[in-house]
Write a protein that binds this ligand. Sequence first.
Ligand code: ADE
Length: 248
Amino acid sequence: MRIDIITIFPEYFAPLELSLIGKARASGLLDIRLHDLRSWTHDRHNTVDDTPFGGGPGMVMKPEPWGAALDDVAGRGPDERPPRLVLPTPSGRPFTQAAADRLAGEPRLVFACGRYEGIDSRVAADAALRMPVEELSVGDYVLNGGESAVLVMVEAVTRLLPGVLGNADSAAQDSFAPGAMHNLVEGPVYTKPRVWRDQEVPPVLLSGDHGAVDRWRRDEALRKTVRTRPDLAERLAAEGDLDRRDRE
Ligand code: ADE
């Protein structure tokens, strides 16, 4: 997969050199390219923002540098499929595990990191004439810019690519994974030692009975979901999943 990230803070993405993503880049599984938006400005101060039409606080990112950057980075050859453009914004659709799965199926993604009060809205409208565009939010809170949201999305998407995780099964058992974990968060996990500060590991995990372990994990996932995510538990009940899973 190829990922292009356009930002005024390329240094923000240093963590993408580390750990599993760093290894996937080194092995050629993942091609991540960073672009400094200011290289598409032409004035002495490399200006990327201006005051909002209609008044109000804050600044808005100017359309011209963004238009030129997207023309260069997301442009395409005559036979090429255009990349999907992702705009992180608190006003976007929720970025969920299902969205991560969908994005992981794309050969090319471009992320455009807004700052200040956001990017002039004509930029997305113009890009949508040439490529699929989606606005995504990582949660109901406001960040200083899209950079940290893009770090979150890139990590959630790239760990789903074949060969990025050490153990191919582990993504399938994550919270929210499609299948058995749909609409569920993971329950508790344990490793050695068997007893630590007077706390014992649940005996079923030492039983060697894989069916019993699977049932215990499913029950604990349900219990935890009811406790921490009543919204998800309600969805499970509405979809009939609670009953179906109990029968399985
Ligand atoms: N930019 C600022 N806040 C954001 C959020 N919650 N999600 C995505 N991008 C953002």
